[in-house]
Design a binder for this molecule. Structure first.
Ligand code: NAP
Length: 263
């Protein structure tokens, strides 16, 4: 049985994680933490009382409940300190919160190795999104002209999305840095052509009604190819989160991407 603490338990993703942990026979919810504490985690998640009260002090919850794994879906400005605290206490973080900087990741990697406590991080826990990224990397070998459009709900705090950045990273593995569009093109409004990663343009859309969606568009002579993924609800992420909870303790250091856990 894997003992799980959920950090950000009252948020949109945290509530879905509380329910997924409750529903899995091999996982046990031992603690829940959120800025908004004082409620039963199951009741907050809408799946009935579970006897685990949501606390507000992460370190106290880690020490009191001694979990094996901490799942974190909080905020870009909270995830790093939460993850460092978990690793310091020998608890393996499964991180879904996006927006951690490269420097923070490096510090987490150093502590993870020092404490012999693995960390798993995925910018997207949906299997379809992972396939979209893998297929995009494959397509970019043959169609190197590519732009990414990511679309999310308007409560998302970071832009571009972690999934868009990870997709660009994976495309960079197979595609030389190149400027796209006309060499003399001018933006009449700053940002009109989006953000750029090695010449790959990324466009971020934020609107109510969306959950998490992305299109990767490739252009070639007389043809285009579009690879699109849609998460239509937050359950789409749960099989990936559950798998990570079960496998994280077999890893070493900081491991990034759900594809690393798949056969
Ligand atoms: P959300 O609804 O705002 O939930 C975040 C929750 O964490 C809120 O209840 C928030 O409380 C709480 N919180 C803030 N700081 C905290 C802290 N220091 N300790 C404990 N709890 C804290 O956001 P969400 O939609 O669930 O998304 C959470 C994160 O997951 C975002 O970064 C999002 O991009 C990411 N995400 C990742 C995936 C993936 O597959 N990897 C999928 C979807 C979303 P307050 O509201 O009071 O601040």
């Amino acid at each position: 049985m894997v003992k799980v603490l959920v950090s950000g338990a009252c948020g949109r993703m945290g509530q879905a994680v509380v329910k997924a942990v409750q529903d899995d026979a091999d996982l046990s919810l031992v603690a829940a933490v959120d800025v908004r504490g004082g409620v039963d985690a199951g009741e907050a998640a809408g799946c009935g009382k579970c006897g685990v009260m949501v606390g507000t002090d992460l370190e106290k919850a880690l020490l009191d409940s001694r979990p094996d794994v901490m799942v974190d879906f909080t905020r870009p400005d909270a995830v790093f300190s939460n993850a460092m605290l978990a690793v310091k206490n020998g608890v393996a973080p499964v991180i879904g919160t996006t927006g951690m900087t490269a420097d923070e990741r490096a510090q987490l990697e150093a502590l993870s190795l020092e404490k012999n406590t693995p960390v798993f991080l995925a910018p997207n826990f949906a299997i379809g999104a992972v396939l979209m990224m893998l297929m995009s990397r494959q397509a970019a070998k043959y169609m190197p002209h590519v732009e990414i459009i990511e679309l999310h709900h308007d409560n998302k705090l970071d832009a571009p999305s972690g999934t868009a950045l990870q997709t660009a990273e994976m495309i960079r593995e197979v595609r030389a840095s190149a400027q796209q569009g006309h060499p003399e093109e001018k933006e009449k409004l700053p940002g009109a052509r989006g953000a750029k990663v090695d010449g790959i343009h990324i466009h971020s859309v934020r609107l109510p009604g969306f959950v998490a969606h992305q299109e990767v568009i490739f252009g070639g002579l007389g043809q285009t190819l579009t690879i699109r993924h849609d998460s239509i609800n937050r359950e789409s992420f749960m099989p990936g989160v559950v798998l990570a909870c079960k496998k994280v303790r077999d890893l070493t250091g900081v491991v990034v991407g759900l594809e690393k856990l798949l056969d």
